[in-house]
Design a protein around this ligand. Structure first.
Ligand code: SAH
Length: 446
């Protein structure tokens, strides 16, 4: 029997889905943040449920060779980088194993599992940050809470964008603005979001507010323009709903463009505040080029790029095939995608706005089919109606780009049961220091 406040000696037998250590005491499971498989630790039990509980490390008795001192002083409190206590090599092995173990649950064992592609310098890679603001503070949520840890610097963010966010917040506060309070639904500043074109250097600042007015906004804009010469866009986003969702629907441009431009490979991309854009551009190029290689494209192929965002994969594909059709649900992203085709002089791409599970069945009924289908869905994976349509359409190949291996496994299983086989599985590390894992799967029709 394990009870709260027990001090126990634990053997860590595995690492779970977010990197947490796992130990068993007479069949009872304990999760221990920051513990590594193979370690023996002294732990304090924090909380117990019926079949599992949580404990924290008091002392490491036998330390894993894979352990490394985290660079970030907030590592223990912040919920962002769950793997910073592991060497980068160990993080990569952890992710590979996670992909293999999860796919094995769906009996996907006979595909070729490629070695994960890691990042050269696995820090300061992010091009987008969203900082919650609360009680005069800006920072990140501490793990599993809504209270804020202030951080001077974040080691996975872009340094200029990080400075911009903190400086903007400082000016907002010194001009008499208050932070939004989610319990009383009052106050104003909710989040500061930044985007940076890692290749172009262009910066975007988005201030998410509860109200329409921002005190002193003219002066704040002038100061920021002066201090950050690369700042190309300042946007106010109004979110007047009591919700956990960060961004509202309404955007007001306070300065400059309503987009920034970034370059990926040989192409330029316009990115609006509400559009999705991959957060690690260095690895995104690797991801796209690898996915395209795995597709073994023929010049005459018609390719669907489903969940296309601002059309990045579509435009990467365009030069090697006959035609690309991109489908995406967010209207601003599709506007960006069309614009991106234009600015790159690409004319063999069509974009449709709508849910893939609605647009693709309509295209299919109208006689439009694909030789190869790319899908890159959000974490919840593909809708079954979409998978059914792909199965009916009988493309030669499907290339599945996934940010959630659990839904990937589920969807692959469905495709395998309906005439496809998985040829290769290629993880790519898009999110160093965190437990998130990106993975490409190439399927062929049997
Ligand atoms: N392929 C793109 C975007 C991938 S992220 C890239 O690499 O940048 C997933 C995208 O799917 C997001 O842009 C999201 O807005 C979109 N999306 C979410 N649900 C969708 C649906 N049901 N149909 C089409 N697109 C959807």
């Amino acid at each position: 029997m394990v009870n709260k406040n027990d001090k126990l000696i634990l053997d860590i037998i595995d690492n779970g889905i977010t990197g947490e250590g796992i130990a068993k005491v007479d069949g009872y499971t304990l999760f221990v943040d920051g513990a590594i498989k193979g370690e023996k630790i002294e732990a304090l039990v924090l909380k117990t449920n019926k079949t599992y509980g949580y404990a924290k490390i008091i002392n490491i008795i036998n330390q894993s060779d894979l352990r490394e001192e985290p660079v970030c002083p907030n590592f223990k409190k912040c919920g962002g980088c769950n793997l910073q206590h592991m060497s980068y090599e160990a993080q990569l092995r952890f992710k590979e194993e996670k992909v293999k173990k999860t796919l094995a649950k769906f009996t996907i064992n006979n595909a070729k599992f490629e070695t994960i592609i890691g990042m050269g310098i696995p820090y300061n890679y992010r091009n987008k940050a969203q900082y919650p603001c609360q009680n005069g503070k800006i920072g990140f949520y501490s793990e599993r809470t809504h209270s804020i840890i202030e951080n001077d610097i974040c080691y996975i963010q872009d340094e200029d964008a990080d400075r911009l966010a903190k400086r903007a917040f400082e000016l907002l506060m010194s001009n008499g603005n208050t932070c939004y309070d989610e319990t009383s639904n009052s106050g104003n500043i909710r989040h500061i979001m930044t985007r940076v074109g890692k290749n172009s250097g262009e910066l975007m600042l988005v201030t998410v507010t509860y109200q329409k007015e921002i005190n002193g906004i003219k002066d704040i804009v002038e100061t920021l323009k002066r201090e950050f010469p690369n700042l190309k866009s300042i946007i106010q986003n109004i979110n007047n709903k009591p919700t956990n969702i960060i961004l509202g629907k309404e955007c007001i441009t306070l300065f400059g463009n309503d987009f920034i431009v970034d370059r990926l490979g040989d192409l330029d991309f316009k990115i609006s505040p509400l559009s999705f854009y991959q957060v690690n551009p260095v690895q995104t190029e690797v991801l796209y080029n690898t996915a395209i290689d795995m597709a073994e494209i023929d010049k005459n192929d018609v390719i669907f790029d489903l969940y296309c965002g601002i059309g990045t994969i579509s435009l990467f594909l365009a030069e090697s095939c006959k035609k690309v059709i991109g489908v995406e649900i967010v209207p601003d992203a599709i506007e960006d995608a069309k614009e991106n085709a234009k600015i790159n002089n690409i004319d063999n791409v069509d974009f449709y706005c709508g849910a893939a599970e609605e647009v693709v069945p309509k295209l299919y009924e109208a006689g439009t089919t694909a030789d190869i289908v790319f899908v890159d869905p959000p974490r919840k994976g593909c809708d079954q109606v979409l998978l059914d349509t792909i199965i009916k359409m009988e493309p030669k190949k499907v290339v599945y780009v996934s940010c959630n291996v659990a839904t990937l496994g589920r969807d692959l299983k469905y495709l395998i049961d309906n005439g496809f086989e998985v040829k290769a599985v290629q993880p790519v590390d898009q999110f160093p220091q965190t437990a998130h894992c990106e993975c490409i799967c190439a399927l062929k029709r049997r």
